[in-house]
Design a protein around this ligand. Structure first.
Ligand code: GLV
Ligand code: MG
Length: 349
């Protein structure tokens, strides 16, 4: 027995008068999701400038917003949405989780006030498909009631052990699913991992080289997040949605942030969070393809115009599969070029 909807019902609106669910995600460049605390007047005042520099602006209502400022953050987000023209930059909010005292009012106040500007709701602490089904139904009712013309998408944070166990069901729970982000801080706590860091490696997590004749033994630090990122990417890509690395908490260590972002990029993630302005450039550098990779990928595509057969380029074998790898890189370069004039000039795609 299956408990999922039939394909026709899966793509039907969940409320009379709600906009039809999307059958494919809008094509958008989302190299960084830039977090703004919306209750902070000074930072909210800089959003107009930020819109020109980042791919997504997110008003954060959840963790890092003190309890006594939750309502002010919600009101600040509504103001921020009304006061700015976001153009091709995404407008997202991270609401409080569904079992918190604020999650319901976040949804009930923001959708009527900002629903026609809001692209994505980031939902924290998602544990299973049931969380998505709840928000999916509620959003459809609110969209119908408040005449929202395009569906608001849902982005889940993968940050509990139960969520990781259920990651594929979460990814496939609704056509409203935009993607998901790794939440390494909450996930580490939920799993009982012994680290106090927000993302990144740990000096004690690694492998020790074999002992040989008393020579000093090298210790190689490993990526604590490798397993989870891989599992998340497979779940997301198999449902045609996007995977993101989340936060990197040590703002003083740009090199480590870059290394963590790059691991995620190479494994299939399309972006990461920027919690500090310095992380915006890091994300741009990492989540835009390397010019030399783009140049090589272009050579593969032009050597195999119909994508079949086998050719040698610089001693490296190319075939139908490497043509697909090259296409991933060139398609990303084209997408970056729509928003980033400096890189467009370098890529020439
Ligand atoms: C993000 O929300 C995290 O918990 O790392
Ligand atoms: Mg979290």
């Amino acid at each position: 027995m299956t408990t999922s909807r039939t394909p026709a019902k899966f793509y039907a609106p969940l409320a009379i008068g709600a906009p039809a669910p999307l059958r494919a995600l809008p094509v958008r460049l989302e190299r960084m999701i830039h977090f703004v605390p919306p209750q902070n007047d000074k930072l909210r005042g800089r959003v107009g400038e930020m819109i020109k520099q980042v791919d997504v602006v997110l008003g954060n209502l959840e963790d890092a917003i003190p309890m006594e400022q939750k309502e002010a953050a919600r009101a600040g987000f509504i103001k921020m949405a009304a006061e700015n023209d976001f153009g091709h930059t995404g407008l997202w909010t991270r609401i409080n989780c569904l079992n918190s005292p604020w999650g319901l009012d976040d949804i009930l106040e923001i959708v009527p006030a900002a629903g026609n500007k809001l692209d994505v709701i980031m939902l924290p602490k998602v544990e299973g498909a049931w969380d998505i089904h709840y928000l999916d139904q509620l959003l459809a009712q609110l969209e119908a009631k408040h005449k929202i013309t395009k569906p608001i998408l849902i982005h889940a944070i993968l940050e509990t052990a139960e969520g990781v166990k259920n990651v594929a069901e979460i990814a496939g729970a609704s056509p409203r699913m935009h993607g998901m982000s790794l939440g390494p801080a909450d996930l580490a706590a939920s799993r009982g991992m012994k680290t106090t860091r927000v993302g990144g490696g740990h000096p004690s997590y690694g492998v020790l080289a074999d002992a040989t004749d008393g020579a000093p033994r090298s210790f190689y630090q490993q990526d604590l997040w490798h397993y989870t990122v891989a599992k998340m990417v497979d779940a997301c890509q198999s449902y045609g949605i996007k995977a993101f690395y989340g936060p990197f908490g040590d703002f003083s260590d740009a090199a480590a942030c870059e290394a963590q972002f790059r691991n995620a990029f190479l494994m299939g993630c399309v972006g990461a969070w920027s919690l500090h302005p310095s992380q915006v450039e890091i994300a741009k550098n990492v989540f835009s393809p390397e010019p030399s990779e783009v140049a090589f990928a272009k050579r593969i595509l032009s050597a195999m115009p119909d994508g079949t057969g086998a050719v040698m380029i610089d001693g490296k074998m190319q075939d139908d599969a490497t043509w697909k790898l090259a296409k991933v890189i060139v398609d990303l370069a084209k997408l970056v070029s729509t928003k980033d004039a400096a890189r467009a000039a370098i890529y020439g795609v």
